[in-house]
Design a protein around this ligand. Structure first.
Ligand code: KG4
Ligand code: ZN
Length: 348
């Protein structure tokens, strides 16, 4: 069963065709990174306008690449929220229009459910994901620890009380004049820096709950950068590398620690990393090392293809498939009933 999926919640216009929630037949992503690099972050109206230009080409190209037309598509899945309202509206309107025109069910999908289901993409046929799973899903827009006891059963264990780790990566990169998005650049710089050069605050690391806070860390980095500018009048390359490495060390310590503790407490069979920040090599390595150190009998999964860590439509097609399997009749009229919702709630 093939699903045509559409994602436009932030700054990527994407369309994909996914078979049975797992096999990606095609996935087209138009990134707006170059556009937003000029402003150092996403300007919602600029993003929405760009989605308008790219949504039809994205759909046409992905169908062509999959070698599929209307008859080969069983249903259409689309991101309903969370995200930027003006960006969501573009993808949602396109999906609704196609669903109506082609007389197909329309499956609204939560963006974070999509990120979580990215771990199912391109799964080998003899590989079965075992519940319960503890998932750390982190991007620019969210920073959640999620317990999944079964398909579509999302239980929020912890979340950020202020900024997400992705947002912190982006802001620190901006402070260091490194460009946008911050994650990939910071992690590249960090390889050549000293992770112990600056002792940054590890907020809530020892708290008993599973919540996070990254706003204090951002302020601490800002103070270091401002002091350096006052003292030397510039930010040299080695300084940037050391700050990047110390910052990354701090974030990945906090994320990996809480994730491992939550997986232990809830005795999960697997640990998953998802979302844009899960592309971070240091985070992957740290979780791997801690699993070995504590001799945990647990399977770690992260998304091998970086394009499925960050925003893409294939993950929406994967999640959409499992929603459709659960209740196929539910989606016949939703095309006319539901609307995009920037604050859509995923958790029970
Ligand atoms: O999932 P995503 O594409 O968009 C949102 O849903 O927000 O995630 C984008 C975020 C950005 O904050 C970006 O800096 C971060 O993911 N990111 C990374 C890396 N690659 C992307 N953060 C850390 N390390 C990376 N390698
Ligand atoms: Zn995302």
């Amino acid at each position: 069963m093939n699903i045509l999926a559409i994602e436009s919640s932030c700054d990527e216009t994407s369309a994909a065709v996914v078979e049975n929630g797992i096999r990606v037949l095609s996935c087209k992503i138009f990134s707006q990174i170059d556009l937003h690099a000029k402003t150092g972050g996403v300007v919602p109206e600029v993003a929405a306008r760009e989605h308008v230009f790219k949504i039809v080409p994205a759909i046409e190209k992905t169908l062509k690449q999959a070698g599929i037309n209307r008859d080969g598509i069983k249903a259409i899945a689309v991101t309903r929220g969370q995200g930027l309202l003006s960006s969501l509206i573009v993808g949602f309107a396109a999906a609704q229009t196609l669903a109506w025109l082609w007389e197909k069910p329309l499956i609204p999908v939560h963006h974070v459910a999509g990120h979580i289901y990215a771990n199912w993409l391109d799964l080998a046929s003899d590989d079965i994901i075992q519940f319960p799973i503890m998932i750390l899903t982190v991007s620019g827009g969210h920073n959640d620890l999620v317990l999944m006891r079964d398909h579509l059963n999302f239980h929020l264990i912890g979340e950020t009380l202020d900024d997400s780790a992705g947002e912190a990566f982006d802001k620190v990169a901006r402070m260091l004049r490194l460009g946008y998005p911050g994650g990939p650049i910071i992690s590249k710089m960090a390889v050549k820096g000293n992770p112990t050069a600056y002792n940054l605050p590890r907020a809530m690391l020892k708290s008993k709950d599973y919540n996070f806070s990254f706003s204090g860390l951002k302020t601490a980095v800002l103070n270091i950068v401002e002091t350096e500018l006052r003292n030397t009048g510039k930010l040299n390359e080695q300084f940037k590398k050391d700050v990047a490495a110390s910052f990354q060390e701090c974030v990945t310590d906090i994320l990996s620690d809480k994730l491992i503790r939550a997986a232990e407490e809830y005795k999960t069979s697997e640990i998953h990393l998802a979302g844009g920040v899960s592309a971070n090599i240091s985070l992957r390595e740290k979780v791997t090392t801690k699993i070995e150190k504590y001799r945990m009998e647990i399977k770690l999964r992260y998304i091998k293809k970086i394009i499925y860590c960050t925003d893409n439509a294939a993950m929406i097609g994967a999640a959409g498939y499992f929603y459709f399997q659960e209740n196929p009749n539910r989606y016949n009229n939703l095309g006319t009933l539901s609307l995009p919702d920037p604050n859509l709630n995923l958790y029970q």
